[in-house]
Design a binder for this molecule. Structure first.
Ligand SMILES: NC(=O)c1ccc[n+]([C@@H]2O[C@H](COP(=O)([O-])OP(=O)(O)OC[C@H]3O[C@@H](n4cnc5c(N)ncnc54)[C@H](OP(=O)(O)O)[C@@H]3O)[C@@H](O)[C@H]2O)c1
Length: 342
């Protein structure tokens, strides 16, 4: 496993994080499989585990907490959790108010059976709370020792800049991480957020690096009603994933990657993840696997790198797609990749 610097901090994390929204989830992994997955993840040297208060209604945090306590492996882990989404019927059980942030960290620490997390993120932007209140509350969390670093997820880059400015102005803990969706067929983060974070020393972690499974190519073969996150879950997530990914242009990218994979012998997962590793300013993708065999095939893909001539063709596929998504607008993704090549 390779390790990278976590943004402008002194912490080092594995080049991939492991995301846990499948753990304890009826459509994901039962408790025994979840524990097996966590053990294999740590054995492989992945030291960054990403979770959230809402994953599987709180079960993911509980399973991680009991696994880390039973195994005695808490100190090996850079542990991330999140707050903001709704966790109950109360009027303050939602959002990024000081009330919910301070209640949320305590609730997560109880479930995770630890006295601190390494990274505490606001899961999404809450337009009903002043940003200064959020920054103050996160500063309280850091100063009380309950989190080492803080940040946000799914925030616009200008909101991240606003929070950094407020933290700097008041001497509060700065955001050290932005977590957002980013992959070859959802590349919008490269437009502004990644360059802004890179300039500010803010780590960027990418969720859905394989497009929630789309970039493995399996949906072409088995169709949308297969046993995948897209098909098996007839809920908001399943539906919204189909809206995000199932269109002709994105399937054309998958077809092109599949053809390149067949020709070169490089697994599609390697091509998709390596493209992320080579994106300037991207700290680490957060891989998800709900079965041990999936995790093993992703680890196998990570065990080597595709040669540069193959990656040049991956970048061409990605650039062509990115350009098609910014009509009449310069595609900064291409510009960055051109800059890196020279
Ligand atoms: N901050 C946020 O708002 C947010 C949102 C989403 C996710 N996240 C975080 O990011 C993590 C990863 O996101 P993600 O699950 O979308 O990541 P992903 O790695 O793009 O997709 C994971 C899914 O792809 C399929 N898959 C994974 N490896 C595979 C393999 N080797 N072969 C075949 N299929 C494979 C599995 O789904 P199927 O078996 O169902 O096909 C798996 O659940 C989450 O666990 C969570 O921690 C954060």
């Amino acid at each position: 496993m390779n390790y990278v610097q976590f943004g402008g901090t002194g912490a080092r994390v594995s080049e991939v994080a492991y995301g846990t929204d499948n753990l304890g989830n009826p459509f994901g992994a039962d408790e025994a499989t979840s524990r097996e997955l966590l053990g294999r993840v740590l054995d492989a040297g992945i030291n960054h585990i990403d979770t959230a208060d809402v994953y599987a209604g709180g079960r993911a945090e509980e399973i991680i907490g009991s696994y880390l306590q039973d195994s005695g492996r808490r100190d090996e882990v850079f542990l991330t959790t999140k707050v903001t989404s709704s966790v109950g019927p109360g009027v303050n059980d939602y959002g990024s108010s000081k009330v919910h942030i301070l209640n949320g960290i305590d609730s997560s620490l109880r479930k995770l059976r630890t006295d601190h997390v390494d990274l505490f993120l606001l899961h999404s932007f809450d337009p009903s709370t002043p940003v200064l209140e959020m920054v103050e509350a996160l500063n309280d969390v850091v100063r009380s020792g309950k989190a080492r670093y803080v940040g946000a997820s799914n925030w616009a880059s200008w909101r991240v800049m606003e929070a950094l400015w407020m933290a700097d102005t008041h001497g509060y803990a700065r955001f050290d991480c932005l977590q957002s969706e980013f992959n070859i067929v959802r590349p919008g983060l490269a437009n502004e957020a990644i360059p802004a974070c890179k300039a500010q020393g803010v780590a960027v972690t990418a969720y859905s690096p394989l497009g929630a499974g789309f970039l493995t190519g399996k949906h072409r073969a088995v169709g949308p009603d297969s046993e995948t996150k897209f098909g098996a879950r007839d809920d908001e997530r399943g539906g919204s994933l189909k809206r995000k990914y199932f269109d002709d242009r994105r399937f054309a990218v998958v077809d092109a990657l599949k053809a390149l994979s067949d020709e070169s012998g490089e697994p599609m997962i390697r091509l998709a993840l390596q493209w992320l590793f080579e994106t300037p300013g991207l700290t680490s993708p957060i891989i998800g696997a709900r079965r041990v065999d999936q995790l093993e095939s992703t680890l196998e893909a990570l065990s080597a790198r595709a040669p540069d001539d193959v990656m040049t063709r991956v970048r061409d596929i990605a650039d062509e797609f990115a350009e098609s998504t910014w009509v009449n607008y310069p595609p900064p993704l291409s510009l960055q990749i051109t800059a890196r090549r020279s």
